[in-house]
Ligand binder design. Structure first.
Ligand code: NAP
Length: 319
C-alpha cells in the first residue's frame, strides 16, 4: 500500500517540504497504525525542517495528529485516537507506539483533538509541574495569542493567576484578552519591561513564560520579582546564547529550560494531561482557536504563515 506524505530530504526553507507518494509504514507489534484525520503544525516542526533540531535525513516531519486506528493489538479498529511527540505525522498513515495513544472522547472532534495535544500538554506541564501556579500569582506570557500562549493564558486564569500577555498587533491583543489575559502589552509598540514594572508597582512578576528567546530574554529577566522564576521554553526569535549566570544573582532568580519530552514520558502522564485538556474543552473552560487549516500538500504554506508571525491559534494539515 502507498500513501501521501510530506518528506524532508535536506534542511532549509519551507520549500524543502516535499509532498510525495511513499510506502505505508508497517507497524511493529508494540505500535498501532493510525490513519490521520488532522495533523497539528507546531513551531518544533520548523526547528526540524531547518535542522536546528536535527533528524536523520530523509524524514517525515510533524509531531502530533488525531485519527482512526487501522491496525493494533491494543486498540479496536476504528477507534478515534490522538498523539503527540512522535515524529512523522505529516502523513496519511503513521505507526505510533500504542502507549502514546489517547482515546478521543465522543464529544471532541478530530481537529480539536489534534489542536490540543502538543500545545495543550505543554501549557499543562508548564503551569502544573515547571511552575505550579496558585491563586494570586502574577505571570508574564509572551506571544499570548499564539498556539501555546493562548492556552497558557486560559489555564493560568483557571488556576487563579493574574496574567500579563505580550503580542505584536492590535488584533492579537483582542485575541489574548478574549482568552482571559488581564493586561495585554503590544511589545512591538511599547517596552514590555517598562509596562510590566509600572503595572506591578515595580515589584515584578512571579514567573515569566518565555517562548520567544533571543529578542525577549533579557527584558523578561528584568520583569521578574526578587526570587522570581524564569521559564524559557522556546526560541521563536532565535536561541539565547552566551548567558552569564551571574545576572541571576542580582535578584536570586531561578531559571529553567523545560521540554514536553520529559513531561510526557509515561502513559500515565500523557493520559493525565490529555484527559484533563479534553475535560476542560468539553466543559467550555478552555476554547480552542483554529487559525487555519491547509491540505497536507500545502504544508510549506502553513510553515511560511507560522514563521511570518501572522497566526493566532492553531494551524492544521488535513490529508
Ligand atoms: N519546551 C516545550 O516543551 C515546548 C513545547 C511546545 C512549544 N514550545 C515552544 O513554544 C513556542 C510557541 O510555539 P507555537 O507552536 O505555539 O507557536 P506560536 O506561539 O503560535 O507562534 C510563534 C509566535 O511567536 C511570536 N514571535 C515573536 N518573535 C518572533 C519571531 N522573530 N519569529 C516568529 N515568531 C515570533 C509571534 O507572536 P507575536 O506576533 O504575538 O509576537 C508568533 O506568532 C515555540 O518557541 C516553541 O518552540 C516549547
Amino acid at each position: 500500500m502507498r500513501m501521501k506524505a510530506v518528506v524532508v530530504h535536506k534542511y532549509g526553507k519551507p520549500e524543502v517540504l516535499s509532498y510525495e507518494d511513499i510506502e505505508n509504514p508497517e507497524p511493529k507489534t508494540t505500535e498501532s497504525l493510525v490513519k490521520t484525520e488532522s495533523t497539528g503544525v507546531n513551531y518544533i516542526d520548523i526547528y526540524h525542517r531547518t535542522g536546528y533540531y536535527p533528524n536523520q535525513l530523509p524524514f517525515i516531519p510533524g509531531m502530533e495528529a488525531a485519527g482512526v486506528v487501522e491496525k493494533s493489538t491494543e486498540f479496536k479498529e476504528g477507534e478515534r485516537v490522538a498523539y503527540a511527540m512522535i515524529l512523522g505525522s505529516y502523513a496519511e498513515y503513521v505507526a505510533v507506539p500504542s502507549w502514546k495513544l489517547v482515546k478521543i472522547p465522543d464529544d471532541i472532534d478530530s481537529q480539536t483533538a489534534a489542536a490540543i495535544m502538543l500545545q495543550g500538554m505543554t501549557a499543562h506541564y508548564l503551569t502544573h509541574d515547571t511552575y505550579p501556579l496558585k491563586e494570586g500569582d502574577t505571570i508574564l506570557v509572551h506571544a499570548a495569542a499564539g498556539g501555546v500562549g493562548r492556552l497558557l493564558v486560559q489555564i493560568a486564569k483557571l488556576l487563579g493567576a493574574t496574567v500579563f500577555g505580550t503580542v505584536s498587533t492590535e488584533e492579537k491583543s483582542r485575541i489574548a484578552k478574549d482568552a482571559g489575559a488581564d493586561h495585554v502589552i503590544i511589545y512591538t509598540k511599547s517596552d514590555f519591561e517598562e509596562d510590566v514594572m509600572k503595572l506591578t508597582n515595580n515589584r515584578g512578576v512571579d514567573v515569566v513564560f518565555d517562548s520567544i528567546g533571543r529578542t525577549t530574554f533579557e527584558k523578561s529577566l528584568n520583569c521578574l520579582k526578587t526570587l522570581g522564576y524564569m521559564v524559557l521554553f522556546g526560541q521563536s526569535s532565535g536561541p539565547v546564547t552566551n548567558f552569564d549566570l551571574d545576572i541571576l544573582s542580582k535578584k536570586g532568580l531561578f531559571i529553567t529550560r523545560p521540554s514536553l519530552h520529559h513531561h510526557a514520558s509515561s502513559r500515565e502522564e500523557i493520559l493525565k494531561r490529555a484527559n484533563k485538556l479534553f475535560q476542560w474543552i468539553a466543559s467550555g473552560e478552555i476554547k480552542i482557536r483554529i487559525h487555519k487549516t491547509f491540505p497536507l500538500e500545502k504544508a510549506s504554506e502553513a510553515h511560511e504563515l507560522l514563521e511570518s508571525r501572522q497566526t493566532s491559534g492553531k494551524l492544521l494539515l488535513i490529508p
